[in-house]
Design a protein. Structure first.
Length: 113
């Protein structure tokens, strides 16, 4: 019995990217990274505006990585991957948000009056 056929058929269901899609993702990632680096180095934005701009560029870059490198989309083959990612992201938001909330409350309650 040939086991290589079974091992190969397990991977045939997933979509694999083409060279063009990987290059598109790479170019977009480089552009987003250079844009964030440029904002900081030139001092175009400062303070809270710079923080919001860099956070927005980071979120866009996350989406670029998910779409072009991890091939996450709304197709039926990717439904479980997207579900698992959504659950992981929700869990991370709850844990990080809860930690920040607790630390803020501790900080406010521990300050001398």
């Amino acid at each position: 019995m040939d086991h290589s056929h079974n091992a190969h058929s397990a991977h045939s269901g997933g979509s694999h990217g083409s060279f063009g899609s990987y290059m598109t993702g790479f170019v977009l990632s480089v552009i987003l990274t250079v844009a964030a680096f440029g904002l900081v180095m030139t001092g175009t934005l400062t303070g809270q505006n710079a923080l919001f701009a860099i956070a927005a560029l980071a979120l866009v870059q996350i989406v670029v990585h998910l779409v072009f490198f991890l091939h996450m989309n709304t197709s039926s083959e990717q439904r479980w991957n997207v579900t698992a990612f959504a659950f992981t992201a929700l869990t991370a938001v709850i844990v990080i948000g809860g930690t920040l909330w607790v630390m803020h409350n501790v900080s406010m309650n521990m300050m001398s009056r």
